[in-house]
Design a protein around this ligand. Structure first.
Ligand SMILES: NC(=O)N[C@@H](CC(=O)O)C(=O)O
Ligand SMILES: [Zn+2]
Ligand SMILES: [Zn+2]
Length: 345
């Protein structure tokens, strides 16, 4: 049995750090295990301009523990009034690594998202020209579409037509949750990729709903049936360049989760690597964990992989069930089975 595993330091290509006291509490958990992270811009109000991103980046850096090897990669929230010149400048100076598309109303803090794609075509043209990726929350918001079908319908109704209209646009399908998403990403060529979360590799919809409702397993896109989870595991462990880690670690205080109308999002950052080691070991693919967590993401984003290394070793991770934040207690994602890998300190 493998007892230790050394990898290039992983990156997280989809992360919510929030702001204020929540950011202060959660940032050290990502900074401990990850070299870089794509920082989601869905604050209230959202990170829309280069100036917003610059100010947010400075606040994040204040929350990174001294000596930690962690670089936030900023994104802008694409709105119908985003200025292509501002995007171009922010990309050329290296301030931002991507833009984020939220269909209006699709998920937490997405009200400023896009309703009419005609209005964002000039920005998308600039992005295609300079090779700046568009990270996409891929769910339709049509109330007539069943929530378990919203990702697959988005691909047909929105994503595929958009990519046909804007060839050369580089797209990351964020947090794919279906076999449909996996198949579409796989067939998309070099300008298309997909991130996969750790939690979608270990839970299906029964975990949320059977035997009592589990608000800490509720996130968007919602976990699907087991066949889809298996397709995600197969994709993540395949080593294929188009699949890489985006944790979507999305903290909400317990009061906001354990509620009559609970927020979507799982706080996974402290346990991501133990979860992934479990999944990859179970699939007989520990040798492909580095591709998923540390190589394929930088490959797509046209960055060098991290030079630093981390070592995973066998043993229960020292992770609390909950952490205190200035915004209240925050439950750490618990897969419901013991974890047997940890990151060596
Ligand atoms: N994933 C989630 O369930 N929630 C995210 C938003 C998102 O990534 O869609 C959040 O910001 O809380
Ligand atoms: Zn999302
Ligand atoms: Zn997210």
């Amino acid at each position: 049995m493998t007892e230790t595993l050394t990898l290039r330091r992983p990156d997280d290509w989809h992360l919510h750090l929030r702001d204020g006291e929540m950011m202060t509490a959660v940032t050290p958990h990502s900074a401990r295990d990850f070299g870089r992270a794509i920082i989601m811009p869905n604050l209230v109000p959202p990170v829309v301009t280069a100036a917003d991103a610059e100010a947010y980046r400075a606040r994040i850096l204040q929350a990174v523990p001294k000596g930690a090897d962690f670089t936030p990669l900023m994104t802008l929230y694409l709105t119908e009034t985003t200025d292509p010149a501002d995007v171009r400048r922010a990309a050329e100076t290296g301030l931002i690594a991507a833009l984020k598309l939220y269909p209006a109303g699709a998920t937490t803090n997405s009200d400023s998202g896009v309703r009419d794609f005609d209005r964002v075509m000039p920005v998308l043209e600039t992005m295609a020209e300079i090779g700046l990726p568009l990270c996409v929350h891929g769910e339709v918001t049509d109330p007539a579409v069943d929530i378990f079908d919203r990702e697959a319908v988005f691909i047909d109704r929105v994503l595929d037509p958009l990519r046909a209209r804007m060839p050369g646009l580089r797209v990351v399908m964020e947090h794919v949750t279906t076999a449909d998403g996996v198949a579409y990403a796989r067939a998309g060529g070099p300008d298309l990729a997909a991130t996969i979360t750790a939690h979608h590799l270990v839970i299906n919809r029964n975990h949320i709903l059977a035997g009592g409702i589990r608000p800490h397993y509720y996130c968007l896109p919602v976990a699907k049936r087991e066949t889809h989870r298996l397709a995600l595991v197969e994709a993540a462990t395949s080593g294929e360049a188009c699949f890489f880690l985006g944790t979507d670690s999305a903290p909400h205080p317990d009061g906001a989760k354990e509620s009559a109308c609970g927020c979507a999002g799982c706080f996974t950052a402290p346990v991501t690597l133990p979860l992934l080691a479990h999944v990859f070991e179970t699939a007989g693919a520990l040798d492909r964990l580095e591709a998923f967590a540390s190589l394929n993401g930088p490959g797509f984003y046209r960055m060098a992989p991290n030079e630093a290394r981390i070592t995973l070793e066998r043993g229960a991770p020292d992770v609390p069930a909950s952490i205190d934040t200035g915004a209240g207690p925050l439950t750490v994602f618990d897969p419901g089975f013991p974890l047997d890998w940890r990151v060596r300190a």
